[in-house]
Design a binder for this molecule. Structure first.
Ligand SMILES: Cc1ncc(C[n+]2csc(CCOP(=O)(O)OP(=O)(O)O)c2C)c(N)n1
Ligand code: SF4
Ligand SMILES: [Mg+2]
Length: 352
């Protein structure tokens, strides 16, 4: 069994304080009970690092999950945050209610491919449509890990279970689905690439809207065999990087070592900057049609496209659409939430 997920770069880094005087350890959680080597533990570690580096106060974070090995992981990071472990596939409804009650919290949902693409697909799609401002991380291993490895809706066509059963159904691409539904931040990462993942997570924290992050997170117990596109070896060999991602928070003015001319810079609503270094072609993350084409082509050729697939930082979040006040709705006194008697009387008169 794996122990605590928090990995730091030695004594000096463990002692280093962030902008609000907290250490990486302050962002840790309970001991992991997942299998040693599970991709999900690597993702928890990346979440810890991203929140520490972004200097988010842990008690201002609300963690949500459904059911699955992936959905257990909020217990292993940000132990001082709020948390709600919901029913299988129903996390979006719970998270929507909680963020509506207090939109000053930074919401982080962690789900699995079964939790999102199988039983929870309807809930996931409506959360994307509504653009609830939070991170939605899918730890995608192509199987129901917790219930011993049955195929999920993202399992590869033709893949084989340990029992010999073959999957005849085509996989669902959750990034393509999110782009299609108009999500303003869609990314794909790989649990074995912490550098890219931490930058994606930091950009997602700065984004004002739903950020969908599909992370290929291998299940070492049920789906890490040769041929599985969700295993460590395959993902390492077929990772097609769209671009290298750099992220500069609004409070930092440092310039990082990107060559001018090869760079695309996107400014987020809070003044943070995402720096995309092009690799092989002129990829524009604001072009939904190109994003869908690239995802489709990558799927056809067995490649795993990683990076920031689609970004529309200006898209209005659900809170902006509802025009809610700045204070958390859950903390407003009764006189500000209940219409006065005269207003009700007026409505009643109009109906008579
Ligand atoms: C309503 C309901 N149906 C089925 C189950 C059984 N069940 C628990 S976890 C799970 C699948 C989890 O798969 P996934 O979301 O991919 O998470 P992983 O374990 O792979 O991380 C299922 C089918 C359940 N707990 N509740
Ligand atoms: S069964 Fe798979 S997904 Fe679950 S903890 Fe083990 S390796 Fe991770
Ligand atoms: Mg799974």
């Amino acid at each position: 069994m794996a122990e605590s997920v928090l990995k730091t770069g030695g004594a000096a880094e463990t002692a280093k304080e962030n902008r609000i005087g907290l250490k990486a350890l302050d962002y840790g959680g309970g001991k992991s009970t997942l299998c040693a080597g599970c991709g999900h533990d690597a993702v928890s570690n990346q979440i810890i690092r991203a929140f520490y580096e972004m200097s988010v106060e842990p008690h201002k974070v609300a963690k949500f999950s459904g059911i699955g090995c992936s959905s257990k992981t909020p217990a292993y990071f940000l132990g001082k945050a709020h948390g709600f472990n919901a029913v299988h596939g129903r996390m979006p409804a719970v998270a929507t209610g909680a963020i509506l009650a207090n939109h000053q919290l930074v919401g982080v949902g962690v789900s699995g491919d079964g939790d999102t693409a199988s039983i929870g697909l309807g809930q996931f799609m409506h959360m994307v449509r509504r653009n609830i401002p939070m991170l939605y991380i899918i730890e995608n291993n192509g199987v129901y890990g917790l219930t011993k490895g049955q195929f999920s809706a993202t399992a590869d066509e033709g893949s084989k279970l340990k029992t010999g059963v073959i999957n005849d159904l085509p996989p669902m691409d959750l990034c393509a689905l999110a782009v299609q539904l108009g999500c303003g931040f869609v990314a794909r990462g790989f649990a074995g690439d912490p550098k890219q993942m931490v930058n994606i997570l930091k950009a997602a924290i700065a984004h004002n809207g739903l950020a969908v992050i599909d992370v290929i997170s291998p299940c070492v117990t049920f789906n890490n065999h040769d041929g599985s596109t969700k295993g460590y070896t395959y993902a390492k060999e077929h990772d097609e990087l769209l671009h290298q991602i750099g992220f500069v928070p609004s409070y930092e003015q440092i310039e990082i070592d990107y060559e001018p001319g090869e760079l695309r810079e996107v400014t987020m609503h809070d003044g943070s900057r995402i720096l995309l270094k092009k690799l092989e072609e002129d990829y524009d993350p604001s072009d939904a049609v190109q994003a869908l084409q690239r995802l489709h082509r990558a799927n056809e050729s067995g490649q795993m496209l990683t990076g920031l697939v689609y970004l529309r930082p200006e898209k209005k979040s659900f809170m902006e659409l509802l025009n809610v006040v700045d204070e958390p709705l859950g903390g407003l006194p009764l006189e500000r939430t209940r219409p006065p008697r005269e207003a009700l009387d007026k409505i009643m008169k109009e109906l008579m």
